[in-house]
Design a protein around this ligand. Structure first.
Ligand SMILES: [Zn+2]
Length: 370
């Protein structure tokens, strides 16, 4: 049997602990890491400590004005002008300015850039950075818990080696920041499956958004309705993803695996389990193309940890027990203390007629790619 391809796992203890301070996920990031460790999966991967990205690295996408403000939000300004500028840069509500925010941004971006460099240098075929995936940040503003867009920065890094990079976004929310960054180019195709409904954040992601100029048809959006189950999600992925692959022929793939579409997530929208993420990521891995995997949303810490641990084990090709191993956060997995995420009985509003219409629209657009 062929030796399995090495997988890089990007993490550092201080970085994991610190990252939970800046996003409203309680101890999610530390729980993800400790469950992966408790299952012994670190022994099967190359663990990589990322360096902090420099301000110049962040400026590959973000404006210097925005980065200067993040670096020094309180310097020489009166309170009124600080509040005005906070508004301008999106630094309010779900993205408040916090002490040390620029260091956190440099760590997140540094982790994803490091993962991209591992792939560029051929050190691994798959790189995992569960602490990344902040797909809403724009060039000059924060949004939706995202201060810097490490997805965009990772794609820019991959593009130094690979002509065409495919971005796949399976988070509950539309990957608007990444779409905005690349909707005018045919070198990056963005493919996002998400909830789309009036009033639902970020408000974009209709199947009518297809890119423009050279990038026309290189933006692929699959809008879904509430209650989406694994079979709906996997079916639509299986219908569209192979056409995306055939038409676009990417040299590398960056995949955002946000877990806020899981059943029991406080977003209370989709009704997915770990199975849909495993299904999609195994298919992508089997394409045999360098693959960078990021986290993202996921506001039920135990279910997010269950799912990303299951995905990690699946990528390694290791069977793991359904019984959660004893470890520091064991009690968080009650009352059943098992690894699988369950589905609820909620109705799936995505009828077969609705799915057929979305697939037909998307396929007609993809046909236009030469
Ligand atoms: Zn999300």
């Amino acid at each position: 049997m062929a030796k399995p391809e090495p997988i890089a796992y990007i993490w550092h203890k201080d970085y994991v602990n610190e990252s939970d301070r800046y996003i409203p996920t309680t101890n999610r990031n530390v729980m993800v890491h400790l469950l992966i460790e408790a299952y012994g999966l670190l022994d099967n991967m190359m663990t990589v400590t990322p360096k902090k990205a420099s301000i110049q690295d962040l400026a590959a996408f973000h404006s210097m004005d925005y980065l200067n403000f993040l670096s020094n939000p309180n310097s020489n300004r009166d309170e009124d002008s600080i509040n005005d500028e906070n508004d301008d840069y999106g630094l309010e509500y779900d993205c408040p300015i916090q002490d040390g925010i620029i260091e956190y941004c440099q760590r997140v971006a540094g982790g994803t850039i490091e993962a991209a460099r591992m792939l560029n240098n051929g050190f691994c075929k798959t790189a995992i950075h569960w602490l990344g995936g902040w797909h809403h940040a724009k060039r000059s503003n924060a949004a939706g818990f995202c201060y810097v867009n490490d997805c965009v920065l990772g794609i820019i890094e991959l593009r130094k080696k690979f002509e065409r990079v495919l971005y796949i976004d399976l988070d509950l929310h539309h990957g608007d920041g990444v779409q905005d960054a690349f909707c005018g180019t045919n070198k990056v195709l963005t493919f996002s499956i998400h909830k789309f409904e009036p009033g639902f954040f970020p408000g974009t992601g209709s199947d009518k958004e297809i890119g423009y100029g050279k990038g026309k048809y290189y933006t692929v959006n699959v809008p879904l309705l509430d209650g989406a189950r694994d079979d709906t999600f996997c079916d639509i992925f299986d219908k569209i993803a192979p056409t995306v692959l055939k038409k676009f022929k990417p040299g590398a793939i960056l995949c955002q695996l946000g877990a806020d579409g899981l059943n029991e997530d406080p977003m209370h929208s989709f009704n997915l389990t770990h199975k849909s993420q495993i299904h999609c990521i195994r298919k992508i891995q089997n394409w045999g193309i360098p693959l960078l995997i990021l986290g993202g949303g996921g506001y039920n810490p135990a279910n997010t940890a269950r799912t990303w641990t299951s995905v990690t084990a699946s990528l390694i090709g290791k069977e793991i027990s359904e019984d959660i191993p004893e470890h520091e956060y064991f009690l968080e997995y009650g009352p059943h203390y098992e690894l699988p995420v369950s589905q609820s009985l909620r109705k799936d509003l995505n009828t077969s007629k609705y799915i057929a219409e979305v697939v037909s629209t998307v396929e007609n657009n993809l046909e236009q790619i030469n």
